[in-house]
Design a protein around this ligand. Sequence first.
Ligand code: NDP
Ligand code: 2IT
Length: 450
Amino acid sequence: MSDILDVKVNEFMAKVIAKNPGETEFHQAVKEVVESLMPFIEENPKYKQHKVLERMVEPERVIIFRVPWLDDNGEIQVNRGFRIQMSSVIGPFKGGLRLHPTVNLGILKFLAFEQVLKNSLTTLPMGGGKGGSDFDPKGKSDNEVMRFCQSFMTELSKYIGADTDVPAGDIGTGGREIGYMFGQYKRLRNEFVGVLTGKSLEWGGSLIRPEATGYGSVYFAQEMLATRGGNLKGKVCTVSGSGNVAQYTVEKLIQLGAKPVTMSDSSGYIYDPAGIDTEKLAWVMELKNIRRGRISEYAEKFGCEFVAGKTPWGVKCDCAFPSATQNEVNENDAKTLIANGCSLVSEGANMPSTPDAIEVYIKAKILYGPGKAANAGGVATSGLEMTQNSMRLPWSREEVDAKLHQIMINIHKTCVKYGTEADGYINYVKGANIGGFIKVADSMIAQGLV
Ligand code: NDP
Ligand code: 2IT
């Protein structure tokens, strides 16, 4: 980037940082986007005149609320609830709810900001939002989780609705939590509507929604590999996380003949050089979704290595799928991945690579699919769930999967269109940021001062 553009980015960021002190993840997410957009905005002055970027970094509304609940000992617990309603310019606010002790305003604002561009990339009419709480579902009984979710929804219900804001799952929020929240919303409003996605099939959910983020991230990887005449067959893949996204990433990798060799949780990773197969994955799903145990048990069960307190990026692989959390791949990890011959990173998680790591990927010209493109299949299929709810008609598994696959192909095309550089290298960061931005920016201008 030229010096002048650098100065403009720094000036813009200085204002964002001064106005949003301490929100480091939000600063990080905004900076990455602004760096991509600045040259484009300079070439298209209407976006500058209309102060589109300045408006996009200011949420339409932020709701912060108290969530009191009773634990199993009858003691009162108090958590903090949030909903960031970032942008409704192309559709109702849409995005997940994160339940994790690290949740704070800056993390949710980064996620909401990313969500706006991601949702735009899906081509579906969805605005962007994110929410959650510093509540930790780990180690809580089902009843405690239910009481928390009911209290959380009692307040959140005042601000959401099928045509206003449609939350879904994220870290710590899976089918169980969505069920408790949906039940409470229905009692409070006396309405059976599509106010949440990720619902169970029996009560308005969509087939393939549980699988969608992981499948989508692998479909995106396939598209990236195809630009270099490659495919996933026989590729050794490292995957981090062992939750929703990681599980279905591994499932799709197995189906396509790749060899996933790692999974992880916040305690460490397992390395199974023989490959995680269908049977082992079914065991992981039971472990994580029903017994709610730790991934280290995999190593005991299947006799492989468990490495405590580490991420899996030191394991030699062809392709890496970070699918746990933000900033889980740092500069050194990125260098190690590349030194080990890794030629593709597809992000199931949101912002899992630090800015320094991204620089390493781009310098090495590997195939790098940033989260807002690579993991958009989850929210895209939430959009498909909303459509089915509006029609009051469910689609078959094949139909939803085909639509998801096509959406990932289209997102890839958008990235190629806006991200291909002079030497032919596809910079997916640039492609996703510009591709997601245009629709939101033009809609903002068309709608006046919103
Ligand atoms: P889950 O709660 O199902 O799983 C999260 C996994 O990541 C767990 O294995 C968890 O381990 C691990 N993890 C979470 N926080 C940390 C941490 N701070 N350090 C190390 N490991 C951690 O969440 P999802 O699979 O739904 O989400 C994973 C990522 O994908 C997130 O970045 C999320 O925002 C993103 N995403 C999710 C979508 C969805 O549809 N669910 C859609 C698009 C993106 P442990 O159990 O030990 O905490
Ligand atoms: O980060 C994400 O895109 C999600 N957690 C899914 C959001 C959704 O509304 O399905």
